[in-house]
Design a protein around this ligand. Structure first.
Ligand SMILES: [Zn+2]
Length: 79
């Protein structure tokens, strides 16, 4: 009888743990989704190492490990 109770207890524990993992992963889902959507609305602003201008990250690129904006003046060494 004690063995049955132990099995029930183990099963219940397993159920609780699995349920918690599912709910936490469901909770994580929308959070990571909003994180993925964040850069579109709140874009990171970076400073160009050439002209010092602050530009959105999408308007810049990495050149020689430095942030460079997409302005033609800063890209004379790019190509
Ligand atoms: Zn620049």
């Amino acid at each position: 009888m004690a063995r049955v109770l132990l099995l029930i207890l183990l099963g219940w524990l397993l159920y609780v743990v699995i349920k918690r993992i599912i709910t936490s992963s469901q909770f994580k889902g929308p959070v990571s989704k909003s994180d993925a959507a964040k850069p579109k609305t709140e874009e990171r602003i970076v400073q160009c190492s050439q002209c010092g201008l602050h530009v959105p990250e999408s308007d810049s690129h990495i050149q020689n490990n430095q942030v460079v904006c997409n302005s033609p003046e800063c890209n004379h060494t790019y190509q």
